[in-house]
Design a protein around this ligand. Structure first.
Ligand SMILES: Nc1ccn([C@@H]2O[C@H](COP(=O)(O)OP(=O)(O)OP(=O)(O)O)[C@@H](O)[C@H]2O)c(=O)n1
Ligand SMILES: [Mg+2]
Length: 399
C-alpha cells in the first residue's frame, strides 16, 4: 500500500475533522481529485471527505455547517478557517435523463462509494495516516497517464453523461490518454450529452480548452463525436479540425472562445447568439466580440489609432495572444508600440470634458457630444494636441 509521508498542510489541517468523525465511531477518508492532484504534484484546490456518517450526524458533530447538498449527502463543514465537503458514502441510483440523480442511496462502506466514481484516477481514497486506498488501480493509471472509467464505462456514462466531457477535460488538463474501451463508450454514447445542461457542458469545455494539452483532447472530442452533441458544433467538424493543429494551446477563456468563433467563421452579427447558445455571460461575449473584431482588422490591414484606442490595451494583448495561437503572422511589437504611443488611452485622459465645452459656450445637447467625440478623434489621430489651450483654439475655429 502506498503511504504518503509529509502530507502538505492543506491535508494536515483537515486531520481534526477526520479525527472527530472517527472518534464518534465513523469512517472518514480524503477522496477524489485532491488525492489525484497530490500524487501528480499538482496544485490542490479543495479537499473532499467521504464518511460513513449520515449528514444529520455530520451536522451534529460540527458547530459550523452548511447544507450544501443534503439530498445528495453533502454537508460543508467549516473548521479552522477552511471548508470541507463531507459526503456520506453513497451510490447513485434511479438515474433519470442521464443526469445526476435526484436521489441517492447511502451505502455502508467506502468500496461501494468508490465503485460509482467516474475514473480510476478519481476513485482513490486516503486515510489520516497517508495510506492510499486504491481499489481500481488508479495509481497504475496515474503512472500510465490514462483516463479510464471505473468498471463498465457504459454504466458510468449512463449514470452521468457529463462524465464524457470530463474525460476529455482531464485528458487536456493532465495531458493523459483516453483508455480504449472508455473511448469506445464515449463514441457510442456521445448523444447522451444532449441531456446535460449547457452550463455544465460549457464549464467542462472551457476546462478542456484551457488545459495544457487541449489540442490532443480536442482531437478526441471530435473523433468520438462529442462535438456533435454540444451547441452549434454539429456538422462543423471540418472547420473544428484546425483546432488540433493550432500553434499553441490557449490558456485564457477569452482566447478559447475567440479562436472557436474564428475557426467556425461566425460573423459579427452572430457572435452574440453563439455565445448565448453556450450560456456565456454578457461580459464574456463583449470581450470576445472586441477581440474577434480587432483580430479581423489586424489580419486585413493595420488598425487605425482610433481602432486601437477603442479596443484598449487588454483587448489588444488578448488579440495578440489569439493571433499567436492561430499562427497568424502579425507585428505584435509594432502594434504595442503604436498603442503605447497613443496620446490618450481613455476618455478620462482627455484634457477637456463636457463641462469645459459648456464653459466655452457650447450648449448642452447632442451637438456637445458630437463635438467632444470629434475632439477625441483628433487628439487620438494626433491632429490636435491634448491640451486645454489647443482645444480652446479649436473650439473658436469651429464656431
Ligand atoms: N460526474 C462526476 C463528478 C465527480 N465524480 C467524483 O467526485 C469527485 C469530485 O468531483 P469534482 O470536484 O467535480 O472533480 P475533481 O476530480 O475533484 O476535479 P477538479 O480538480 O476539477 O475539482 C471526482 O474526483 C470523482 O470521484 C464522479 O464520479 N462523477
Ligand atoms: Mg474537486
Amino acid at each position: 500500500m502506498l503511504k504518503i509521508n509529509n502530507l502538505p498542510p492543506i491535508f494536515t489541517v483537515a486531520f481534526p475533522v477526520l479525527k472527530q468523525l472517527e472518534q464518534a465511531g465513523y469512517e472518514a477518508y480524503f477522496v477524489g481529485g485532491s488525492i489525484r492532484d497530490l500524487i501528480l504534484n499538482r496544485p490542490i484546490h479543495d479537499i473532499d471527505i467521504a464518511t460513513s456518517a449520515y449528514p444529520e450526524e455530520v451536522k451534529r458533530l460540527f458547530p459550523k455547517t452548511i447544507d450544501t447538498g443534503i439530498k445528495h449527502g453533502t454537508v460543508t463543514v467549516l473548521n479552522d478557517g477552511a471548508s470541507y465537503e463531507i459526503t456520506t458514502f453513497r451510490t447513485e441510483s434511479g438515474y433519470q435523463d442521464f443526469r445526476r440523480p435526484d436521489h441517492v442511496t447511502f451505502v455502508q462502506n467506502l468500496a461501494e462509494d468508490l465503485k460509482r466514481r467516474d475514473f480510476t484516477i478519481n476513485a482513490l481514497a486516503m486515510n489520516r495516516a497517508g495510506e492510499v486506498i486504491d481499489l481500481f488501480n488508479g495509481l497504475g493509471d496515474l503512472q500510465k497517464h490514462l483516463i479510464k472509467a471505473v468498471g463498465d464505462p457504459m454504466k458510468r456514462f449512463h449514470e452521468d453523461a457529463l462524465r464524457m466531457m470530463r474525460a476529455v477535460r482531464f485528458m487536456s488538463q493532465l495531458n493523459f490518454d483516453l483508455e480504449s474501451q472508455t473511448k469506445e463508450a464515449v463514441s457510442d454514447l456521445h448523444q447522451l450529452l444532449s441531456k446535460i445542461s449547457v452550463e455544465r457542458i460549457r464549464d467542462e469545455f472551457v476546462k478542456m480548452g484551457t488545459g495544457i494539452n487541449s489540442r490532443d483532447a480536442f482531437k478526441i472530442f471530435l473523433q468520438t463525436k462529442l462535438s456533435e452533441s454540444v451547441p452549434d458544433f454539429a456538422g462543423k467538424s471540418d472547420l473544428l479540425a484546425i483546432y488540433p493543429k493550432l500553434k499553441f494551446n490557449p490558456s485564457m477563456e477569452t482566447s478559447l472562445w475567440s479562436i472557436i468563433i474564428i475557426l467556425l467563421k461566425i460573423s459579427d452579427d452572430q457572435i452574440a447568439r453563439f455565445m448565448r447558445d453556450w450560456k456565456n455571460s454578457n461580459a464574456m461575449t463583449e470581450k470576445v466580440r472586441k477581440i474577434v473584431t480587432l483580430f479581423d482588422l489586424i489580419s486585413e490591414k493595420s488598425p487605425s489609432d482610433l481602432e486601437l484606442f477603442n479596443a484598449g490595451k487588454d483587448v489588444l494583448l488578448n488579440t495578440i495572444d489569439v493571433a499567436h495561437i492561430l499562427g497568424q503572422p502579425i507585428n505584435s511589437e509594432a502594434l504595442v508600440d503604436r498603442y503605447t504611443a497613443l496620446p490618450i488611452k481613455s476618455m478620462s485622459e482627455l484634457a477637456v470634458d463636457g463641462q469645459f465645452l459648456i464653459a466655452n459656450g457650447i450648449k448642452p445637447g447632442p451637438k456637445l457630444g458630437q463635438i467632444l467625440n470629434e475632439i477625441k478623434q483628433k487628439v487620438i489621430s494626433g491632429e490636435l494636441a491634448n491640451s486645454k489651450d489647443d482645444i480652446q483654439d479649436y473650439l473658436q475655429q469651429i464656431e
